[in-house]
Unconditional design. Structure first.
Length: 598
């Protein structure tokens, strides 16, 4: 027992100490503090781990995919100006004619570049478009941000990444692309490197396209243009331009029923996919911006005005046997008939003398009023910004009235002529032209210009011009084309030049119920052997209209009509007008071969 007590005796005080209530309380508090500390450290660690994990995932995402495709950065301040993708532009059939593709652009923080000279040299060797000196200049400008190259290809991005240059990085952007290249060049326009519209539809509808209104941007824009007809018109004008060595050309196809523009061409043109903004004359829109003296195509407006105002009737006419001398001007006919001509004959044979006398009877004020209603005196009302302002005399004198009646002394755009002629043939109402696809309830009638009766008579006479007059080369079997030629000398150095002309033809079809107006113009064409040296509207522009009509007629499913559908006994038809204006002589011997077309 003593041994046992001696053995365990020293432990007894420690046991009593452990059972001390105060000591137990202190130990319990320590344990609680330690547990709480561990818990807080664990929670903090979990939170930090989650945060770092999220950052890691985001960094991996950015490395693999770049910034979201609905965001891009502007050059001025890469940290601001976030905008969403630019919307598509489609033709009337839903074909995409302008869209945006994601690309990568290379930038640099010059302060982080270790060896600017070496970096500039290696980049210029990797990206062929870069100049080492230009890159070095940017690297030496200081600051924290400089663009080096925009819209790189995937192969270029890969090659730059392999260089491993510090301070360089990529930002996700987008590049505007035009699948049909130059076919829609002037009407669509193009964008700058930051995706902002510079001209055409791209500029006119900037707010709808650039994503400022997301709902609109996702829908895109549907134009009235038809890709197929646009391609046909451009191809035929381009062939004629090359054939006759013209310096330019223009064309318009217009729906006479609702004012929709189906095709709008200006040559020379450009490829908006490769445009850098320095386009020169190739960037000039001759169809809407250019204004020209159109020559005899404007006789349609003079004749319609005279008939509608009651100045003349369909059976009336004028003596054209002698030239008109007024002040220092002499008004003559190129191939005059030297006799009295009826109103239809004046149009069919394109008599300047007869038209000028008609203008005198109309009067300058009334002539001016009609021309304004036909849209000849004000800029065309079309959505794109490239619109020309007509030129005409401040003082509308008698001599001005005479020369303007046959297209000299007034300069208008091709679109204006096409729009005015649509009012002549569609029953007499002026429709505002548009490049936006219209619904049945969107047609806007500006005003009535001439009566339905006058419109019907004009359609008949326009058909006669193609059957027997200066526009024979525009005829297409089964489509009843009607129209008018125009040839105007250009002013060169303040004087009119016989060697520089603007040749045009404006036509409509089918003339028993016109649906489409087609205008074609060639600027300074040169006569060739097959045209007997002539470069007039009847020889160079009318055949183009014929080819366009034959191709688009079939495309639109328009069934050719038999020739006997032009009823001689139905008032207002071409053969009825021919019979009523009995002096029209349609025999080939009277027309004189080549001289019948001018």
């Amino acid at each position: 027992m003593n041994g046992a007590n001696e053995k365990h005796g020293p432990l007894q005080p420690a046991l009593f100490d452990q059972l001390d209530p105060d000591r137990i309380k202190i130990e319990s508090s320590r344990r609680q503090a330690l547990e709480m500390g561990r818990t807080r450290l664990m929670v903090t660690g979990v939170i930090l781990s989650m945060a770092f994990a999220a950052l890691g995932i985001r960094l991996a995402e950015l490395t693999a995919f770049g910034t979201p495709t609905n965001i891009k950065l502007a050059t001025a301040n890469p940290q601001k100006a976030m905008v969403v993708d630019r919307a598509d532009i489609r033709d009337r059939n839903g074909v995409v004619i302008a869209s945006s593709l994601p690309t990568r652009s290379l930038y640099v923080d010059p302060s982080e570049v270790i060896d600017p000279t070496d970096a500039a040299q290696r980049l210029s060797e990797t990206i062929s478009d870069l100049s080492a000196s230009e890159v070095l200049e940017k690297l030496n400008q200081g600051g924290r941000f400089q663009w080096i190259a925009r819209n790189l290809t995937p192969a270029q991005v890969y090659s730059v990444n392999r260089l491993g240059l510090p301070g360089f990085g990529f930002r996700s952007e987008e590049k505007r692309v035009y699948p049909f290249g130059p076919i829609f060049a002037h009407v669509l326009g193009y964008t700058d490197v930051d995706g902002r519209g510079i001209s055409g539809v791209e500029k006119a509808f900037e707010r709808q396209l650039d994503g400022a209104t997301a709902q609109v941007a996702t829908q895109g824009i549907d134009l009235s243009l038809d890709t197929r007809i646009q391609a046909i018109l451009r191809e035929e004008i381009l062939l004629a331009k090359d054939r006759f060595s013209a310096i330019g050309g223009a064309g318009v196809v217009l729906d006479a029923k609702n004012g929709e523009v189906l095709a709008l061409v200006s040559l020379p043109d450009f490829d908006p996919n490769t445009s850098n903004g320095d386009l020169g004359l190739n960037g000039f829109n001759r169809a809407t911006k250019g204004v020209y003296e159109m020559g005899s195509t404007l006789k349609l407006f003079a004749t319609a005005s005279a008939l509608d105002s009651g100045v003349v009737g369909i059976s009336d006419g004028y003596d054209t046997s002698e030239p008109i001398k007024a002040a220092r001007f002499t008004i003559n006919d190129l191939h005059g008939k030297k006799r009295w001509l009826s109103i239809p004959e004046i149009l069919v044979y394109s008599s300047n003398i007869g038209t000028a006398k008609m203008a005198l009877d109309i009067g300058a004020d009334r002539q001016k009023s009609y021309l304004r209603k036909f849209g000849m005196l004000d800029p065309a009302q079309i959505e794109i910004p490239e619109v020309g302002t007509p030129l005409y005399p401040d003082r509308w004198s008698e001599i001005s009235a005479m020369t303007i009646s046959y297209g000299h002394g007034i300069a208008v755009s091709p679109l204006q002529v096409a729009t005015g002629v649509s009012a002549i043939v569609n029953g007499g109402v002026m429709l505002r032209p548009t490049i936006i696809k219209r619904g049945a309830n969107d047609i806007k009638i500006e005003e009535r210009v001439i009566s339905p009766k006058t419109s019907k008579a004009m359609r008949a006479m326009m058909r006669l011009v193609v059957r027997y007059g200066t526009g024979k080369n525009a005829d297409v079997n089964g489509y009843m084309v009607g129209g008018k030629t125009g040839t105007a000398e250009k002013q060169m150095g303040g004087e009119y030049s016989k060697n520089a002309v603007v040749s045009s033809f404006v036509g409509a079809f089918p003339m028993n119920n016109p649906r489409y107006v087609v205008f074609v113009m060639l600027d300074e064409p040169k006569g060739i052997k097959s045209t007997f040296g002539y470069a007039t509207g009847g020889w160079v522009a009318a055949p183009v209209v014929s080819k366009v009509v034959s191709r688009m007629g079939a495309l639109k499913g328009m069934v050719p009509q038999p020739s006997d559908s032009e009823d001689k006994n139905s008032p207002g038809t071409p053969l009825y007008i021919e019979a009523k204006a009995t002096k029209i002589n349609t025999s080939p011997s009277r027309q004189g071969g080549a001289s019948a077309t001018y």
